[in-house]
Design a protein around this ligand. Structure first.
Ligand code: CA
Length: 230
């Protein structure tokens, strides 16, 4: 059973490119070119995931997101929001209306595909959780094992969760606070500097071989798993 991914975007050339790449990955693809159509089509045949553009005719992506979350048929469908805006407030707003992930245009197709895969995996926790890959790094979620270039890498439980978090969202820069929330959880109080300690351990473990450093430190911003070196 192929999962169905719905593309909601009015820019025809981008839709064509998304469809081509998603189908190549083995997904069924449905389309809607405006917000109203998106809500109608998704309500009739709920997809397994939605790629939703922010700027749409008739109804904004935000409103589509809200409406999908209100309907019981589409309440739990994972949504990736596409946006051309980069301000942090926009990101927060997008996530507050119920989007599961968000990607700023222009984005790379491998990155989008990785996000779709991660969302679908998280949406179906009962099945095998599978693997995450980034460059020559493979994180096996079932066996709880990490390899790089085929060589086993030993990680502590926090480093494992940290790496998983970064691999599910490659290319995204996370502040220390975001990593604390995402990896340690919002209820745990630890110093933001604790993140640096675990990043350092993770980096050391990953870089024991010959591979390039895949963790990018962004001054005054945080950390990301970098696309450029993958
Ligand atoms: Ca658009």
């Amino acid at each position: 059973m192929k999962p169905t991914v719905m593309i909601v975007e009015d820019e025809a050339s981008l839709v064509t490119m998304l469809r081509y790449n998603l189908e190549k990955e083995g997904y069924n693809v449905t389309e809607a070119s405006d917000g109203e159509e998106a809500v109608t089509v998704a309500g009739e045949t709920p997809p397994d995931a939605v790629i939703l553009d922010w700027m749409l005719p008739r109804m904004s992506g935000i409103e589509v997101c809200r409406q999908l979350r209100r309907k019981s048929e589409t309440r739990h469908v994972p949504i990736i929001m596409l946006t051309a805006r980069t301000e942090e407030s926009d990101k927060v707003r997008g996530l507050n209306v119920g989007a599961d992930d968000y990607l700023t245009k222009p984005f790379s197709m491998p990155e989008l595909i990785a996000r779709v895969r991660a969302l679908l995996r998280r949406a179906k926790p009962s099945q095998s959780k599978g693997q995450l890959t980034f460059g020559d790094i493979v994180l096996d979620l079932d066996a709880h094992r990490v390899t790089r270039g085929g060589k086993s890498i030993h990680l502590g439980p926090t480093e494992f969760r940290l790496l998983q978090y970064l691999m599910e969202r490659p290319g995204t820069v996370f502040s220390r606070e975001e990593l604390l929330n995402g990896v340690w959880g919002p209820d745990i109080y630890v110093e933001p500097r604790t993140v640096d300690v675990h990043i350092r351990r993770l980096r050391k473990a990953l870089n024991a071989g010959d591979g390039p450093d895949v963790i990018r430190t962004v001054r005054a911003a945080g950390y990301s798993l970098d696309d450029a070196v993958a």
